[in-house]
Design a protein around this ligand. Structure first.
Ligand SMILES: C=C(O[C@@H]1C=C(C(=O)O)C=C[C@H]1N)C(=O)O
Length: 292
């Protein structure tokens, strides 16, 4: 039994107010009453929590090495710039990561940047403060089964200004990912008939003798593995084209795979009820010697 701080006794100005001191578990319910305590520091909640005002990256630490660290740091710097995070200190984050990586031999790492709330409402506080949260979780294995793709009923949110950013507004992904129940399944987020990405991946298909991946000018995330793969394909003079892909084209493709920073290349063996051969994907993986 954990000793949650009873609401009546908790000091709202104490951040431990949120946490059950014993189990560190979040309380199910808490109250911030700034009509009573106008200076209640609890207003310094995370805007990432309140409005999705933040961004993140997810990567792997393998044998103490943060894989593709430069690409992850560039993603964070680009996101901070695009979203106007003026006080995000990349150098400070890098200095915090170095000892952490040495200690964490193998792990999945998520780095989340959130703006702090200091006044009510959407407007970004003039005195910006930023919170950086680093989460480490066990290193996920490479699936020993191929992927089955299904078109999600959840439509993707379209916003050409935010397209490509790994910002914190992830409800599309949450709802689409929750439409499938098996670990070997991935749902495809679409804008009408145009296929954009998987709930947690980017998509590549092979059609008419070459590879294609959806253009992400209106929605989706510029995945780091997607970028690495496009670069590797072009370096190997293997044709790859970013293009608007409709459902019919995806359903009629000769081969397909999905990518993310934890999976690397995940071959697709089925799209809806159509079986797909994976030998073209396996050939590509060995030709590029592409590892996550
Ligand atoms: C949402 C996160 O990362 C994304 C989600 C997955 C996943 O659901 O497996 C994997 C990598 C990212 N595309 C996260 O919280 O790390």
């Amino acid at each position: 039994m954990c000793c949650a701080i009873p609401l009546a006794l908790a000091e709202p100005t104490d951040r431990s107010y949120f946490l059950n001191l014993k189990s560190n578990a979040l309380l199910e319910f808490y109250l911030f009453d700034n009509t009573v305590n106008p200076d209640d520091s609890a207003l310094n909640l995370e805007r990432g929590f309140l409005f999705g005002d933040g961004f993140f990256t997810t990567g792997l630490i393998v044998q103490g090495d943060f894989l593709h660290l430069k690409l992850h740091l560039k993603r964070l710097a680009d996101s901070a710039h695009k979203l106007g995070f003026k006080s995000f200190d990349l150098a400070k984050l890098k200095s915090r990561l170095e000892p952490l990586c040495e200690r964490s031999t193998n792990a999945c790492i998520r780095i989340t940047i959130s703006r702090r709330q200091s006044q009510r409402g959407y407007r970004i506080p003039s005195e910006e403060q930023v919170t950086v949260v680093i989460q480490l979780s066990p290193l996920p294995g490479i699936p020993d089964f191929d992927c089955e793709l299904l078109f999600a009923s959840t439509p993707i949110s379209v916003n050409s200004f935010l397209a490509g950013l790994k910002h914190l507004n992830r409800l599309d992904n949450v709802l689409a990912a929750s439409e499938v129940s098996e670990v070997y399944q991935e749902s495809l987020l679409c804008d009408g008939e145009t296929v954009i990405c998987g709930s947690r991946t980017n998509l590549f298909i092979h059609q008419a003798g070459q590879w294609f991946t959806p253009t992400l000018d209106k929605a989706g995330i510029h995945g780091i593995t997607r970028l690495r793969l496009i670069t590797a394909l072009r370096a190997a003079n293997i044709p790859i084209e970013e293009r608007n892909l409709d459902k019919k084209t995806v359903l009629n493709c000769e081969a397909a795979f999905v990518t993310n920073s934890l999976l690397g290349i995940w071959p697709v063996c089925k799209i809806e009820n159509k079986a797909l051969a994976t030998d073209l994907v396996e050939q590509l993986q060995s030709q590029l010697n592409f590892v996550r």
